[in-house]
Design a binder for this molecule. Structure first.
Ligand code: WQD
Length: 346
């Protein structure tokens, strides 16, 4: 039986209860799209759907399913007939991918193939793909442009690169297929109302969640992985981009995908490099007290500096990041201090 979604075009959001996915669901609904979340909720909770509804005024449609489950994904597409998909579902720890590469190729590559098989049951693919700047590896030049060689240095990065190649081949084979691949730099922050943010299960590896744990007293001090890099203050430089800016970019990307076929690869970053210690200072201002830290050994695999050239995002999506580091830290801190049904973030 086909569920005839009344009104707005329906977007299937795989991994829609995750960090970037949930914020994107809010923006999609506020932009007038219908949202169907398909998620196995292994690294999140269904409570996120209520948080999305509390902000946007509408609870997304939801089907609990693993994107690798071909029968489930086919049944979902047959039942709801989404006009496009935004594919977030996957795993994203660089360190874990080195220890367990097969988990990353299974989730990220096989899962993408299964979703594509479902999304092409009733016509050509129309997809926005969640990729990562980690596909570049060590930069030859900065800022990073989309044509920079791809030299990912982890199974996570290679899994994202493989899916990008699959999508490019798909669009070569099918001139009616439409793909927008988005390479995120460093997503941080939270929705400004405090009800939605980064709340993975377990303790994440990334800098921003660790800053939140130190600021809230859950951790005694931040370990800064090296201050002997060739950067202004010796700590690594990254292009931190507010998750709300990213979510707005996904709305623009799905509109582009719906308007015209072909494959487009786009960096999503601010174009500004920010050092670890700069972010520590900004977070201390946001939380209102100093954040203890200790300099420790470099982390294997870290590169000294990378940040985006955001020109293509501006040209193709009409998008530029609007939110600065202070807002990233303020919104992250507000989320940590907002009692929610999700419980405290990691
Ligand atoms: C940022 C900087 C660390 C933690 C990764 C993935 C990338 C994307 C974002 C998925 C680095 C330093 C960190 C800490 C620290 N993920 N740091 N102490 O490594 O730039 O990117 O996450 O798409 O694909 O590669 O982000 O937040 O882990 O680290 O000093 O406790 O903060 O050394 O310089 P990264 P990160």
């Amino acid at each position: 039986m086909i569920v005839q979604p009344s009104g707005p075009p329906l977007i299937l959001v795989s991994g829609g209860t995750g960090y970037i996915g949930s914020h994107t669901c809010v923006c999609l609904q506020q932009a007038g799209f219908g949202v169907l979340v398909g998620d196995n909720v292994t690294n999140s909770s269904e409570g996120v759907l209520s948080a999305i509804a509390a902000i946007s005024g509408r609870r997304p449609l939801f089907e609990q399913a693993d994107v690798r489950d071909a029968a489930a994904m086919a049944a979902i597409v047959d039942r709801y007939r989404p006009v496009a998909a935004i594919h977030f579902a996957g795993v994203k720890s660089v360190a874990e991918s080195v220890r367990d590469p097969l988990k990353y190729y299974d989730n990220n590559v096989s899962g993408s193939l299964t979703l594509l098989a479902a999304m092409t049951r009733h016509g050509s693919a129309c997809l926005v793909f969640s990729s990562s700047a980690t596909v570049y590896g060590e930069p030859d030049t900065l800022p990073l442009q989309e044509g920079h060689p791809l030299r990912p240095e982890s199974a996570y990065g290679r899994s994202k690169m493989v899916v990008e190649l699959i999508l490019a081949d798909l669009c070569t084979a099918d001139p009616d297929a439409s793909v927008v691949t988005l390479r995120y730099f460093n997503p941080v922050g939270a929705h400004p109302d405090g009800g939605l943010g980064e709340s993975p299960l377990g303790i994440p590896e990334n800098l921003m969640p660790h800053l939140g744990r130190v600021a809230s007293g859950k951790a005694a001090a931040l370990s800064v992985f090296g201050d002997d890099y060739p950067t202004p203050d010796g700590t690594c430089v990254r292009d931190y981009v507010h998750v709300m800016d990213l979510a707005e970019a996904h709305v623009a990307a799905v509109r582009l995908a719906l308007q015209c076929p072909g494959v487009r690869v786009i960096n999503l970053g601010t174009g500004l490099g920010v050092s670890v210690l700069s972010l520590v200072r900004a977070y201390a201002t946001a939380c209102g007290h100093p954040l203890p830290y200790q300099i420790v050994a470099r982390r294997a695999g870290d590169v000294a500096c990378y940040y985006a050239d955001p020109e293509r995002a501006s040209h193709l999506l009409g998008w530029t990041a609007r939110r600065g580091v202070s807002e990233m830290c303020d919104d992250s801190w507000r989320f940590i201090n907002t009692p929610t049904a999700l419980g405290s973030p990691g």
